[in-house]
Design a protein around this ligand. Structure first.
Ligand code: UTP
Length: 242
C-alpha cells in the first residue's frame, strides 16, 4: 500500500526524444559498396539508439519497382502491387534488423500498433510498409506523429529537395529550407502516388507532419556524416521542411 502511494506521487519518467528515420530503398541498395555502407550505418544507428528512441522505416527501392512493373504488366490490381511493394520493404527491414541485432526484434512489425508497442518497450524499431495506398515515408510520418517525434529524417538518394530534378538537370539548385505551404503545394502538383511511384516525399505523410509541426530533414542517406548531423538535429547539408 505504502509503495503504491509513493509510486503514484513520482513524476512521470522523462522519456528520451524520439527520432524517426525513413531510409529510402534507393539508399539501402545501390549495387555498389552496399555491405560496407550498411555496416557503417548500423554502427551509427546503434550509437544513436543509446541517446534517442529510434524508429526506422526501410523503403523497397529499385527491387520493389521491378516487381511492381512486372506485376503491372501481368494485370495485377494497384492493391496487389502495393502488397508486393510492402513485402519488399519488409525484406529490407528484416536485413537491417538482423544487422542491428538484439534487442531489435528480428521480424519487422507489420502494423503501426505493433511498432508503437515495440517503441514503448524502449527498443529501436525497424519496419517496412503497413497498408496499401502509401509508402514507407507515410508509415514513418504516421509513427512520428503517433510517437510525438522531434523530427523525421528522410534519407534519400539525393542531397535534399531541388528546384528541378538533379538527376536530369545538373543546374538544379538545392532548396535548403522550405515552409510547409510551399512543400505541400509541390506535392499536390505531383499528385497521389501510384504503386512504385518515385517522389521525394509521400503526400499523406507530409500532411500529417505539417499538422503536427514535426520538421522533415531531407538528406543524402549515403553520406553518413550528414545523416548523423540530421538525425542529431544539428546543421547538415540538405533540406529542412519546417
Ligand atoms: P517505398 O516506401 O519504397 O516507396 O515502397 P518508394 O516511393 O518506391 O520509395 P523509395 O524509392 O524506396 O524511397 C515501395 C512501394 O510499396 C508500396 C507502394 O506501392 C510503394 O510504392 N507500399 C509501401 C505500400 O503500399 N504501403 C506501404 O506502407 C509501403
Amino acid at each position: 500500500m505504502g509503495t503504491w502511494s509513493v509510486a503514484r506521487e513520482m513524476p512521470p519518467a522523462k522519456l528520451p526524444e524520439t527520432v524517426v528515420l525513413s531510409l529510402g530503398g534507393s539508399v539501402f541498395r545501390t549495387g555498389a559498396g552496399d555491405a560496407e555502407y550498411l555496416r557503417k550505418l548500423a554502427t551509427l544507428l546503434r550509437a544513436l539508439a543509446a541517446k534517442t528512441r529510434l524508429v526506422i522505416t526501410t523503403g523497397g527501392g529499385r527491387t520493389a519497382r521491378e516487381y511492381i512493373e512486372l506485376g503491372r504488366e501481368l494485370g495485377l490490381t494497384d492493391v496487389e502491387l502495393d502488397e508486393i511493394g510492402i513485402d519488399v520493404t519488409r525484406v529490407h527491414a528484416r536485413l537491417l534488423a538482423a544487422l542491428l541485432g538484439p534487442p531489435v526484434p528480428p521480424v519487422p512489425a507489420v502494423s503501426l500498433a505493433e511498432a508503437v508497442r515495440e517503441s514503448h518497450r524502449g527498443t529501436t524499431v525497424v519496419l517496412g510498409g503497413t497498408e496499401p495506398g502509401h509508402t514507407t515515408d507515410g508509415v514513418a510520418a504516421l509513427l512520428a506523429t503517433r510517437l510525438r517525434a522531434v523530427r523525421l529524417v528522410n534519407a534519400t538518394s539525393v542531397s535534399g529537395l531541388f528546384d528541378r530534378d538533379p538527376r536530369k538537370d545538373p543546374k538544379a539548385i538545392r532548396i535548403d529550407r522550405i515552409g510547409w505551404e510551399e512543400f505541400r503545394a509541390r506535392l499536390v502538383r505531383v499528385g497521389r502516388g501510384t504503386p512504385g511511384q518515385e517522389f521525394v516525399f509521400d503526400q499523406l505523410g507530409a500532411e500529417l507532419l505539417a499538422r503536427a509541426r514535426i520538421p522533415i530533414y531531407i538528406v543524402d542517406g549515403r553520406d553518413l556524416g550528414e545523416l548523423e548531423s540530421a538525425l542529431l538535429g544539428r546543421a547538415f547539408q540538405g533540406t529542412r521542411v519546417e
